[in-house]
Design a protein around this ligand. Sequence first.
Ligand SMILES: Cc1cc2nc3c(=O)[nH]c(=O)nc-3n(C[C@H](O)[C@H](O)[C@H](O)COP(=O)(O)OP(=O)(O)OC[C@H]3O[C@@H](n4cnc5c(N)ncnc54)[C@H](O)[C@@H]3O)c2cc1C
Length: 467
Amino acid sequence: MARERLLILGGGFGGLDVVREVGRSRAAREHWDTVLVDKENFFQFNPLLPAVAVGAVETRHIVYPLRQMARHHHVRFLKNKARRIDLERREVLLHNDLVERFDVLVVAVGSVTEYYGIPGAVEHTRPFKTIVDAMMLRARVVELFEMAEQARTPEQRRRLLTFTIVGGGVTGVEVAAELMDMAGETLLPRYPSLQREDLAVTVIEADTRLVNTARPEHSEYVRRFLERRGVRVRLGSAVARVEPKRIHFADGGSLEAFSIVWTAGVGPPELVRALPLAHADDGRVRVDGRLRALDSQGRALDHLYVIGDSAAVERDGGRYQPRLAQTAVATGGYVGRALVAAAEGREIEPFGFKETGYIISLGQHSSVVDLFGIPLSGRLAWLLWAAAYLVKMVGFRKQLEVGLDHLTHLVFDHDSSQIMNRRQVLSDEELNLSLKGVEGDGGSAAAPGGAASAPASRRAQATPRAR
Ligand SMILES: Cc1cc2nc3c(=O)[nH]c(=O)nc-3n(C[C@H](O)[C@H](O)[C@H](O)COP(=O)(O)OP(=O)(O)OC[C@H]3O[C@@H](n4cnc5c(N)ncnc54)[C@H](O)[C@@H]3O)c2cc1C
């Protein structure tokens, strides 16, 4: 009998668990001809991205080659991007005019950065979603320290070292904490002309508390922890518009920021939004109790599963499951088991899932953790954080590499080498910024666009800063 074609789009937290379950079962391997498609040829372990952004964990240690994983589980792997899903014809259109047909499709393409249509947000901020975003952020921070060290006025130094994170959710606070750790503890002492007051790391949050998915006492703990470390926290500040190097708020105020990182939210990619199915308000595809997509009349489609961040999985009180790795793993594992059961001619119970809690890393070997309702914070929580993520890394090699990174950073500072080309991390305007300063004063800031604001005759000589 010809095998049925199972097509899995996306080899992230959700997709990989489908592959694992199907690959482990002999019956499933005989029944399904499985193809995994991902636009990247690696899996990235997102929870450690903030640590990668400051060099606390090495870049390559949090990625795992999908081809190796697919081969191990007897699955064919294609590195390609799905552009359109044709549900009528049961085909997925890929790049290079390639088409993959399917009998059963699993959509596990995750989410993309959501800008909520805020003017200027896409153009003038940097996302924090991929390993490349993390590498770029780290390179940019070090590059700006190098520039600031050579700047001739306090205003120039302060301007260059203003880092603002929009979005005080888990990712935002983790990035702010790690950034402060690297910038304040490792970099500052290595740049003799820079001082603590030259550095500003700010987190902006529209809600009245940070990490509003956590317990209120943990939100408060995180705020106090960050503020103690020198991070400025602006709560209840909704961003209305972003201009180059400036954020405007809905209440009319504004804030200058040389580097703006956008961590304010995620939403489904266009591939998912465009499906002619039932969608939740945030664009995710609604699914039934067996994670099958619902069509616009609310009927479950037997041949289409949606999992992970792309799926709106109902939970108690009419709400949807949060977009977390644990939800993606649970939904992926469930669909994998359902496909194994289908190959064996049986059915499994509907999907059931209980959250285990959350872990928020705050740098400096500190975390807050909620594990099955038990709250923890501080160093013990950090140890739990490190151990939990070590266990979850794919394969022993990655566990070893990340484990050694943690041990190394318990003893040594971050490495401050910046190996990228300046052009890769700075815009043309930033590259050409004048740091020359103004003769006889230590006070004029460089004007937006790069030139010093003082007349040319006064810009002839630079005045080194008194230490
Ligand atoms: C910086 C950061 C930190 C996070 N920290 C945590 C945390 O601490 N704890 C936690 O629980 N969750 C965390 N998350 C959220 C968690 O990573 C996601 O909820 C989870 O990855 C969702 O799994 P998924 O399988 O739906 O999508 P993903 O894991 O994102 O996988 C989607 C896959 O689809 C591929 N893909 C996308 N579009 C296409 C296409 N058109 N064609 C082919 N392939 C495509 C992608 O390359 C990717 O491999 C974090 C996320 C980020 C960005």
